[in-house]
Ligand binder design. Structure first.
Ligand code: HAH
Length: 359
């Protein structure tokens, strides 16, 4: 049956009215309904670091569900909070985050199994107060990883197994932590082996910051290459991405992505924020219009790079939800507030947000 041109036009009009009608009815535009995760569907999951208290607050909970499809526990899975004494674990907070992710079908990254910070003192000392031997420390590390990874097996799909083991000093390969002093570099390899034994399906990450600085980038590359060549189960690298309005440049970021990708491993952006202070010594604080503009431009540039490298980038996670609270408040400068995220303290999208979603 053929339709007249007139009836075709009428049909088209009716159909398009039906499509847009719901927005009129609910008074909502596309911009209101869609969250970050929706704009980046087809690119990568978009995640956020959370506390159990945020998930229990209904406004923040709904806001999280609108914008994000992946979570990381900001602190709850770290060694000191979750394993305060050798024979006691504190699961309550981590369980709350895991249950939330299960309930709402969000991806969940585990952070972190072995780090020099937020590690309980008992880990390194015996009852007499002396440092333990390498054998004892590795045994304790294994027990820790088996317990935590084992408990969340099948629920945490990716683990930051080792965090920040590479040194900041350009002439030094490994951070001189107690882990390193007692075990040498072996603790890094062992941590990956234990994690793989505890959950053979989990994607295992080496995670670090300042991954774009040329010397540190090469040191991390060498560590990853050594592990890959030795058959150690490291599957991915996490770029923390604690960046600023001036760092990194798009070109520095792109060469970093390509350098790590050349190892045949996956990359995720694991702890993204863009500090409004170019330097730690910037003491004149405050979210000035100029900084707001620079931050929007930096977010535009890095998300453009992420989209262009979608084949390499397997996830982007923000480190905190909004400028209401960031770990960068008071760090590294005491008394200095930062505004590093896409949403302001009232959870409203900032200029930078629109730069990230308008493409
Ligand atoms: C990250 N370190 C950690 O991975 C994360 O667990 C924590 O919540 C915040 C930031 C970044 C870092 C640091 O802690 C100290 C100095 C430089 C960078």
């Amino acid at each position: 049956m053929t339709m007249t041109l007139f009836s075709k036009i009428i049909l088209k009009l009716v159909c398009s009215m039906m499509l847009i009608a719901p927005f009129f009815v609910s008074g909502q535009t596309d911009q209101h309904r869609r969250g970050l995760k929706d704009y980046y569907k087809g690119y990568f999951p978009v995640g956020v670091a959370v506390t159990p208290r945020q998930l229990a607050d209904s406004a923040q909970k709904n806001f999280i569900l609108k914008h994000f499809n992946s979570l990381t526990a900001e602190n709850a899975m770290k060694m000191a909070p979750i394993h305060p004494k050798e024979n006691s674990f504190f699961w309550t907070d981590a369980d709350a985050i895991v249950n939330f992710a299960q309930q709402y079908k969000l991806k969940l990254r585990g952070h972190t199994l072995c780090w020099h910070n937020q590690t309980p003192r008992w880990m390194f000392y015996d009852q007499a107060g002396n440092l333990v031997s390498k054998e004892v420390l590795l045994q304790r590390l294994k027990a820790h990883i088996y317990a935590v990874v084992g408990r969340y097996k099948g629920k945490v799909y990716a683990w930051d197994v080792v965090n920040e083991a590479v040194a900041d000093e350009p002439d030094r390969m490994f951070r001189n932590s107690l882990w390193y002093q007692i075990c040498g570099e072996d603790y890094i390899f062992k941590a990956f082996q234990y994690a793989h034994e505890a959950d053979p399906k989990a994607i295992l990450f080496y995670n670090d910051y300042n991954t774009e600085y040329p010397r540190k980038r090469e040191h991390i590359y060498q560590l990853l290459k050594k592990m890959r060549d030795a058959g150690i189960p490291v599957h991915a690298v996490g770029l923390q991405a604690h960046w600023s309005i001036t760092n990194p440049s798009k070109q520095e970021l792109e060469s970093t992505i390509m350098r790590y990708a050349s190892l045949g491993i996956k990359i995720q952006i694991t702890e993204l924020d863009v500090s409004i202070y170019a330097k730690d010594s910037d003491s004149a604080s405050g979210f000035t219009p100029e900084r707001e503009q620079q931050q929007a431009a930096q977010y535009l540039s890095i998300f453009k790079a992420f989209r262009e490298h979608r084949k390499q980038i397997h996830g982007v996670t923000f480190w905190n939800l909004s400028d209401r609270y960031s770990w960068l408040d008071n760090f590294p400068v005491r008394g200095r507030k930062n505004y590093p995220l896409l949403f302001d303290a009232e959870l409203q999208p900032k200029k930078a947000y629109w730069e990230v979603v308008n493409f």
